[in-house]
Design a binder for this molecule. Structure first.
Ligand SMILES: Cc1ncc(C[n+]2csc(CCO)c2C)c(N)n1
Length: 222
């Protein structure tokens, strides 16, 4: 029996919980998050998604097999063709135009997180890159499920952030998350303890950068 994805979260339980259960997430679930904090997060998330599209392009470059190459292409198409379009529509509903998005200065937290992922993929292999991407993909699915289990969470029309939760609880998203966990489980089952320790550092770093991204929203940090 080798390692599994759950061993990564188990290796840094405090940071993983701090990310999933962050105050930004709690306030979003309760519907009490200030509009300005959410808008700041949404704007920076546009820049984040663009760099994540680049990270999937890097995954294509790092792909040793046709199956991996196809998977990277699908990930990139999902971000560029679907997620970014939805995000631009969603930003418009929150009063942020596409012109404003295109002219945004990048906040430090966005710079740090996205360039960390790209650097990790550049110096490492495809598994390093997937581990760096996994707090993003798996974390948001877990956040939606965690919020749905909390008594303070309000769903429906009296929560202005309901659509955000709905997106990440959707079957389509949850299936993409499960597929990523399955891909990682297969790779992690074969790694040595020393290699797993390296991957744990990457996972923990990316998780800390997700925490900083939420905090950036709350603080409206530039
Ligand atoms: C800071 C931040 N972290 C994670 C996500 C969620 N997310 C971004 S790209 C992607 C993969 C989808 O193909 C997912 C799940 C986000 N939006 N912003």
């Amino acid at each position: 029996m080798g390692y599994q994805f759950s061993d990564l979260t188990r290796a840094c339980p405090r940071n993983w919980r701090a990310y999933i259960e962050h105050d930004f997430v709690r306030q979003l679930g309760a519907g009490t998050l200030e509009d300005g904090a959410f808008r700041h997060y949404l704007k920076q998330d546009y820049l984040f998604l663009i760099h994540f599209g680049r990270a999937y392009a890097l995954a294509a470059y790092k792909s040793p097999t046709l199956a991996d190459l196809r998977q990277a292409l699908e990930g990139m198409k999902a971000i560029i063709d679907i997620e970014l379009g939805l995000h631009i529509d969603y930003c418009r509903q929150w009063g942020v135009s596409e012109q404003e998005l295109a002219a945004l200065p990048e906040a430090r937290a966005t710079l740090a997180y996205t360039r960390y992922v790209l650097d990790t993929g550049s110096r490492g292999d495809l598994l390093d890159l997937h581990v760096a991407l996994s707090p993003c993909l798996v974390g948001y699915g877990e956040i939606a499920n965690w919020l749905n289990a909390q008594p303070f969470t309000r769903r429906g029309a009296d929560n202005p952030f309901d659509a955000w939760i709905a997106m990440y609880e959707s079957d389509e998203f949850q299936q993409a998350m499960q597929a990523e966990v399955a891909w990682l489980n297969e790779r992690l089952s074969e790694v040595s303890p020393a290699r797993f320790a390296e991957l744990t550092t990457i996972f923990n770093d990316a998780t800390r950068l997700e925490i900083d991204f939420w905090q950036m929203g709350l603080d409206r940090a530039e």
